[in-house]
Design a protein around this ligand. Sequence first.
Ligand code: MN
Length: 235
Amino acid sequence: MQYIFEPQARPSVAIADHSARFPVHRIYCVGRNYAAHAREMGGDPEREPPFFFTKPADAVVDAGVDAGATIPYPPDTADLHHEIELVVAIDRGGTDISPGSALEHVFGYAPGIDLTRRDRQAQARAKGLPWDWSKGFDRSAPLAPLQRVAAVGHPTRGRIWLEVENELRQEGDLADLIWSVPEIIAIVSRSMALQPGDLIFTGTPAGVGPILPGQRVRGGIEGLGEIALTVAERR
Ligand code: MN
């Protein structure tokens, strides 16, 4: 194959205790998936089916606590928000996957942050416009090294939390996911062909809020390690 220029390298993320990296194909994200967060965003957690949006694969950033990740304050926003989430890494593709077999498609898990330009999202929602530019901007998907299922199993409970400048902002438990990981995999695979390398951000607990230029963010999920990053001054 000849290209007119050298193609960009495949985006990838680190794997804990492994020298190989996980090549990223697509990034799917669940909208409201914790009751308290659905309420804080003006929704009704009892009645709304899950909905999805995507980020580009090259939005990933290695943000394990040892990576020292610093990302620039993104352009085109004055209200950058954090959303700590359980991220599911898929290493076996499929369509119409049943919830009962869905976990066979999972390579591992990690804490990630669905960075959001909240002001752009609010404008899009008000006008019924797409969310893409509020969610899928450059470096909008930092995550910690993936923990392999072989090492951590399939967590269904555990504290999920996020601090900004050592102040606790978000706290929840994986047990409070409205739609479970197997259900999410099944639902996504009815609409899109899942592929090895897909990541799924599974939604955030309550307490989303702003990150100001220069602030340090740290978060984690019990049993799955921690994520840390600094948002640099506005460019
Ligand atoms: Mn989110």
